[in-house]
Design a protein around this ligand. Structure first.
Ligand SMILES: Cc1ncc(COP(=O)(O)O)c(C=O)c1O
Length: 442
């Protein structure tokens, strides 16, 4: 236990570990994690949504190994290297049109911090310093650093630290499960957008940017909105004169059924953040992609003091860039996005079948290769379960005991496995989830 306490685990009440010691993972391969006694667990959450292609993917591991033989890390200010340049070129081929530059960091939060600072700088350097606020969406999550918390619409993560950051503008996010217009997702006409439109009109002149997780608000409980809502947000952000910032850190690299979620709504961001699946989850790397006007606003003579004075020690780490370059090659050569479609459909079907008619399942929802189950007090009222009961957490523990690393966000349990999951593993995962829910709720 001492060892557990010395290692302070992220996003964990450390006291929980007395009852539930952490899994000691000794190795991983494909969809499986193996503990030190050799027991296998299906990694139903792709290890915090990063491991897209499966653990220890042979091509990614080989690319890292090959890179390690020549160059590990070099300062990226005034130096460059092939893997970083190849990665920028590869990214620009697959991201939405209009993005032309990339800055690297090591985690998603840092990529979001860069996007916020770049948007702020864009307006300051082009003579509109009054535009320095950001609008974000209720339930949105963009990371845990101070700038990210300021645009975090999720009270669990940010409210406690509110004195540490400058308050920004919260836009009422969509709640499709409890749709105020009584529509199904398929028939959505984004009627709920009215208040968002009004707020963007009201705050427009002071806004530098509008930030959103496209299609799925993952950390906010896997709330999913249709492309129609996202399109309205992009248009309204433009009308308000603000930069449109997409956070594709969780949704990017095929997770929502297209390479990036933006494609499904036909929206083009001014700034876009990627991370997590960028290296297929093998090494920490993130990037902020930038449209030309933002780059140009920071470009000029030294004395103009426009340079973007922002760096991270490991910016553009060569090993991580090599892994990401290989990841992009695999996407292209193996047609990963297309190959995922039947597998994602099977996951959705298997989970739906197991939970159909369950009196305490409010909704089973799917976007691409993400399926989530929202547990509620009862299906008719859709009232939430009491949070103190920690129902979702108990389900996740019951699933772990049965051999699946399934996690919850509140009372939403979610399935976001590596794409290499087989049909048999998918069925087994759905069975484990159903048994775990049965153990806790019946
Ligand atoms: C949408 C989104 N943005 C930003 C982040 C922060 O990324 P990181 O944890 O790598 O800092 C996350 C992490 O879960 C995320 O889901």
């Amino acid at each position: 236990m001492n060892g557990h306490k010395a290692l302070w685990h992220p996003c964990t009440q450390m006291q929980d570990l007395e009852q539930h010691p952490p899994l000691r993972i000794a190795r991983a391969e494909g969809v499986y994690l193996y503990d030190s006694e050799g027991k296998a667990y299906i990694d139903a959450v792709a290890s915090w949504w990063v491991n897209t292609l499966g653990h220890c993917h042979p091509r990614i591991m080989a690319a890292i190994k090959a890179q390690a033989a020549t160059l590990d890390q070099v300062i990226l200010a005034n130096c460059t290297h092939d893997p970083a340049e190849a990665l920028v070129a590869g990214l620009l081929e697959v991201v939405p049109p209009g993005l032309a530059h990339a800055l690297f960091a090591c985690d998603g939060s840092s990529a979001v911090e860069m996007a916020l600072k770049l948007a702020y700088g864009y307006f300051a350097h082009t003579g509109r310093p009054e535009r320095r606020r950001f609008a974000y969406v209720t339930r949105g999550y963009h990371g845990d650093t101070a700038g990210c918390m300021a645009v975090c619409g999720n009270p669990y993560y940010a409210a406690f630290y509110k004195d540490l950051f400058v308050p920004q503008v919260e836009l009422p996010g969509p709640d499709c499960l409890r749709c105020p217009a009584g529509r199904t997702r398929e028939a959505c006409a984004a009627e709920c957008f009215g208040p968002v439109q009004a707020m963007l009109e009201q705050h427009g002149p002071e806004l530098a940017g509008v930030i959103v997780e496209p299609l799925v608000q993952c950390a906010g409980g896997f709330r999913m909105h249709p492309p129609a809502w996202l399109k309205k947000l992009a248009d309204a952000a433009r009308d308000a004169g603000a930069l449109f910032i997409l956070d594709e850190i969780a949704t990017g690299f095929g997770r929502t059924g297209t390479m990036f979620a933006a494609e499904q709504a036909g929206v083009t961001p001014d700034l876009m953040c990627v991370g997590k699946g960028l290296t297929a989850g093998s090494l920490p790397l993130s990037a902020t992609l930038v449209a030309p006007p933002v780059f140009e606003a920071h470009y000029g003579e030294f004395a103009s003091l426009k340079a973007f004075l922002h760096s991270h020690s490991f910016t553009g780490n060569a090993l991580a860039c090599a892994a990401a370059v290989e990841n992009l090659k695999i996407f292209k050569e193996d047609g990963v996005v297309e190959a995922n479609r039947p597998k994602a459909a099977l996951l959705a079907k298997a989970v739906r079948e197991r939970f159909a008619g369950h009196p305490q399942v409010g909704e089973v929802r799917t976007t691409g290769f993400i399926t989530a189950v929202e547990l509620v007090r009862d299906r008719e009222s859709l009232e939430p379960l009491p949070w103190q009961a920690r129902t979702g957490f108990r389900v996740s523990r019951a699933a772990i005991a049965r051999g699946a690393l399934l996690r919850n966000l509140g009372d939403v349990i979610y399935f976001m496995p590596p794409y290499c999951i087989t049909a048999e593993q998918t069925e087994r995962l759905a069975d484990i989830a159903r048994q775990a829910v049965a153990e806790v709720l019946g």
